[in-house]
Ligand binder design. Structure first.
Ligand SMILES: Nc1ncnc2c1ncn2[C@@H]1O[C@H](COP(=O)(O)OP(=O)(O)OP(=O)(O)O)[C@@H](O)[C@H]1O
Length: 258
């Protein structure tokens, strides 16, 4: 089992951009309590963002996930979310994702860019391994390290409160999400591939059967011909024997005739 030990948040919603704030998660369970607007949802959103790379609903378009640049009077706010965890292989690792929100002059909207995502691992030999999104898929690496797939993290464990009713949504979407959660899409794909291969092999069997029938007929003809040849050879050797006997009788007669 993997375990998230700490979460560090900087410059996300009401979490200040000038320094990171750290939360320690305790075992067996950590309760997050606070008044309205205290930042409970933000903590879950940060956990979801750190583990899946997915921003909360609407955050890409209205930029509200990052601390509002208008509140500090700065054009750009750099935000960072990090988790320290123990992976399924019992190795410690750290995940950091950073974002940047820019408030353009004379524009109300804020543009948000994902800047970087890194994983740092302490290997069993004590060496520190560092991976970033330029050299690997951080989301896939994390799913392996956490031992939980991205759809389970996104739709079940860190499901956003605004999306918690998704099982009651339109049937097509519910099926799509269940397929993702149970990873059935790859089985459907594999099944499609197996069906395609079966079609190809069925056609090959059909044409091989037709060829076999033709070859059987050719073999029967060849067998008949070889039987005919053997008969003819027997008759030929009988004729040759008869010819030899006739020649034997003819020779003294020819000699007598002179
Ligand atoms: N872009 C932003 N910049 C700065 N502060 C923000 C930004 N977006 C939201 N906030 C503030 O961050 C806080 C977000 O709180 P959050 O929704 O996480 O609280 P909560 O504890 O889950 O509240 P509730 O119990 O009402 O669900 C609010 O106080 C909100 O005013």
């Amino acid at each position: 089992m993997s375990l998230i030990e700490t979460l560090s948040i900087q410059g996300i919603r009401s979490f200040e951009p000038s320094r990171p704030q750290k939360l320690d998660f305790i075992r067996p369970v950590t309760l997050i309590v606070g008044t309205n607007g205290a930042g409970k949802t933000t903590i879950i959103e940060c956990l979801k963002y750190a583990t899946t790379g997915e921003l909360p609903p609407g955050a890409k378009t209205n930029g509200s996930f990052v601390h509002d640049p208008k509140l500090t009077g700065e054009a750009t706010i750099r935000a960072k979310v990090g988790i320290k965890m123990i992976d399924v292989f019992k190795q410690p690792m750290m995940v950091t994702r950073s974002l940047e929100a820019t408030q353009k002059q004379n524009q109300r909207s804020v543009t948000v860019r994902t800047m970087d995502a890194t994983i740092k691992r302490v290997l069993p030999n004590g060496q520190v391994q560092s991976l970033n999104q330029k050299c690997t898929s951080i989301d896939s690496e994390l799913a392996i390290s956490l031992g939980v797939s991205k759809p389970v993290l996104e739709y079940v464990i860190f499901c956003h409160q605004e999306e918690s009713n998704w099982p009651l949504m339109e049937g097509k979407l519910v099926k799509q999400r269940f397929d993702e959660i149970f990873a059935s899409a790859r089985y459907v794909k594999a099944l499609e591939e197996v069906r395609g291969l079966k079609k190809i092999y069925d056609q090959q069997v059909k044409s091989t059967d037709a060829e076999l029938a033709h070859l059987r007929q050719v073999k029967e003809e060849a067998d008949a011909k070889s039987r005919d040849l053997a008969e003819k050879k027997v008759r030929l050797s009988a004729y040759e024997e008869e010819k030899r006997k006739v020649t034997e009788r003819l020779e003294p007669l020819e000699a007598a005739l002179g």
